[in-house]
Design a binder for this molecule. Sequence first.
Ligand SMILES: Cc1cc2nc3c(=O)[nH]c(=O)nc-3n(C[C@H](O)[C@H](O)[C@H](O)COP(=O)(O)OP(=O)(O)OC[C@H]3O[C@@H](n4cnc5c(N)ncnc54)[C@H](O)[C@@H]3O)c2cc1C
Length: 468
Amino acid sequence: MTRRLLVVGGDAGGMTAAAQARRRATDDDLDVIAFERGRYTSYSACGIPYFVGGIVDEVDDLIARSPEEHRANGIDVRLESEVVAIDIDARTVTARGRESGAETVEPFDDLVIATGATPIRPDLPGIDARGVHGVQHLGDGLDLRADVDATGDGPVVVVGAGYVGLELAEALHDRGRRVTIVEASEQPLDLLDPDMGKLVADGIRGLGIELVTDARVDAFDVDAGGRVRAVVAGDRTFACNLVVLGLGVEPDVALARDAGIRIGPSGGVATDARMATSVAGVWAAGDCVECHHRVSNRPVAIALGTHANKQGRVVGINVTGGDTKFGGVIGTAVTKICAHEAARTGLNESEARDAGFEIATATIESTTRARYFPGSTPVTVKVVAERASGRLLGAQIVGREGAAKRIDVLATAIWNEMTVAEIEQLDLGYAPPFSPVWDPVLVAARKAATQCAIDAASTSGPPRTDDR
Ligand SMILES: Cc1cc2nc3c(=O)[nH]c(=O)nc-3n(C[C@H](O)[C@H](O)[C@H](O)COP(=O)(O)OP(=O)(O)OC[C@H]3O[C@@H](n4cnc5c(N)ncnc54)[C@H](O)[C@@H]3O)c2cc1C
């Protein structure tokens, strides 16, 4: 008999699972039906800031695989169709047409929950005014770009200085708008330690973008026509005709919770490493799930496309009789605002202490290329290591072009539980256009090794940054 696989959510997690399952099973063995409440499938939300900023011209360029392409591959994609309930006992879902309101009940053998995340939208006066934009899905990106086009050159406010807020601030700055970023904490990118966050703050202010920290938004002032005209934070008012909210997201688990599927302590759907939920035959992937953090050993909900794609693939393999696992996360992320790049992986200082580690830290300044080579720019690398063992626990990088992706070396080292003394020995590539002879990553590891109670003889002495 042909089994039925239903997928809720038509983006990274859901459609990767659907496509993988479709590839592995014949049409006779498996029907794959995907429900998406929006109009798009397999789109790059990550590309929205660059579409808003005009670096990417066409919205179609952000679509990796359209509904028609999925259908041609044998997946029954149902657009503008929202799953509103899951009945575990009956093994059915109820889907509602967004336009018609008509409901259908669909049976399943296996079900994939890939509902993504919900943007945080505090219940503040004026937040529903025209011109106040949350940005989560592709439709939000289209709405925002249209509003940017329509609102001329008036000032704009970005609320929240996480990576989505900063990338959208860059987009609006590139569009020639006067941008103010209002952030409640004392620094932008609060997943960085304060000393590294300060470097990002200095970079942002150097661009001519106003960055207001320690300022919590209380209300949005609205004009007679119902459009936002200012953001109010304490005793300060920031005039604007457009607002972008970048306040973070929470796993969208309402459907799963209502169906009695276990939700984990971090707020995401709990799964095992095979991405199976607490209910047999129900799987989950993407921003809606929580995952295992390999350094803190704690469950975390980290909304990133990298995880959603990998988890979707794991689901697609396992649901068709395979046996594979998602390896967990270590919190690696990169972003940029104009010329300024920032990256992190593993645990920062406070996260490491909170996870019970006794730590040593080292921060170094170096350059992205040999100092004498044209285009060489400063880069700061900070590493956090376990003091007794020297094991690398986390790293952060702030700099300009060519800085951020160096984090991948350190992420690989953390994944493999390497010590800073071992990292110092890594055979990394060198030529003047790419790095100093001692790559900044090696210099940071070397300095951290001197702070740790390990291998003192081979690592003593000041870090060397000499160019050849
Ligand atoms: C502006 C922006 C920039 C980003 N940049 C990066 C980046 O640079 N790097 C990175 O790794 N990540 C980035 N991300 C995060 C990344 O986009 C997400 O982690 C990824 O899209 C998660 O995929 P997902 O499938 O879990 O969820 P989503 O992409 O949110 O997809 C979930 C889908 O499910 C649909 N849905 C939800 N509920 C239902 C329902 N009941 N019925 C039917 N359909 C439903 C939604 O409409 C949505 O299309 C960015 C996100 C944003 C918003």
